[in-house]
Design a protein around this ligand. Structure first.
Ligand code: FE2
Ligand code: FE2
Length: 264
């Protein structure tokens, strides 16, 4: 049974405490990554679902098996979680986009006469690929090293004179855009069900896009709901320590002392 079930709990908190709930939330279209701040009651009401029924489904899933992709990551420290995200989700997205770049043109060429929506599928995937590759590079080169410094040394950033909340806000905005693109693909691909006349390549393409969607939802959950909030807390702690060292009441977020002109 899901632990401490409470309809006022957020979807993000539910998944943090019970990763095995994720497949059920995916099945029901309850967004726990980009819109994980909603309570269970709010999210169910939006979808016309009865929270008690959702709980029963989650309990059944927990009885049947483990979490999607395993939940060993929940025991990692935050720097290790950043490493894990790069090594698993970033690598997986790059691999899937590379494979899709080969198969999608073939599927469009062979099937777009009967399935004209495939042209839009190819366009959305191409844009999503560019967007996610750019996003992951910015995380790997800028945000994640910044977060690791905060987690390991509590050291405030000596570069741009602003808070880590600024790049985090940019990444969260990107996540919303990526999630919208994935929702479009799910709609265009009939909920990731290949049509009866699909060839092997077509079926493989649909499976890869479904895998990309599920993996990206988990990827975003780990960042939006676990890693990024931890980074904001670590920066607040580092700011407090810096203010104490300065011996003066420096307003939170102003970043005097070590930060120069540090603003959110
Ligand atoms: Fe990422
Ligand atoms: Fe991200």
């Amino acid at each position: 049974m899901a632990t401490d079930w409470d309809n006022t709990k957020t979807l993000a908190q539910l998944v943090i405490e019970e990763p095995g709930a994720m497949p059920v939330l995916e099945q029901l279209g309850l967004d726990y990554c980009c819109r994980g701040g909603r309570t269970i009651a709010e999210a169910c009401a939006e979808r016309g679902l009865e929270p008690g029924s959702v709980r029963a489904m989650i309990d059944g899933a927990l009885t049947d098996g483990g979490a999607q992709g395993g939940n060993a990551w929940t025991t990692l420290g935050m720097s290790e979680l950043a490493d894990h995200i790069e090594q698993t989700h970033h690598a997986r997205a790059r691999e899937l986009f590379q494979r899709l770049s080969q198969v999608v043109p073939r599927v469009v060429a062979a099937h777009s006469a009967e399935h004209p929506e495939l042209v839009e599928v190819a366009q959305v995937l191409s844009g999503l690929s560019d967007e996610m590759h750019d996003h992951m590079v910015r995380e790997e080169r800028v945000l994640f090293p910044w977060l690791r410094r905060l987690f390991s040394h509590g050291s405030l950033h000596k570069g741009p004179p602003w808070s880590v909340r600024r790049p985090i806000d940019c990444m969260v905005h990107d996540h919303d855009s990526v999630s919208a693109g994935l929702s479009s693909l799910k709609r265009l691909l009939s909920g990731f069900v290949a049509p009866p006349d699909a060839c092997g390549s077509y079926v493989s393409m649909v499976d890869m896009v479904r895998d990309l969607t599920l993996d990206t939802h988990l990827h975003i959950h780990k960042e939006n709901n676990v890693l990024f909030p931890a980074g904001i807390r670590a920066e607040a702690g580092a700011e407090m320590a810096a203010r104490e060292r300065c011996g003066s009441a420096v307003p939170s977020g102003s970043g005097a002392c070590e930060l120069g002109t540090h603003t959110a």
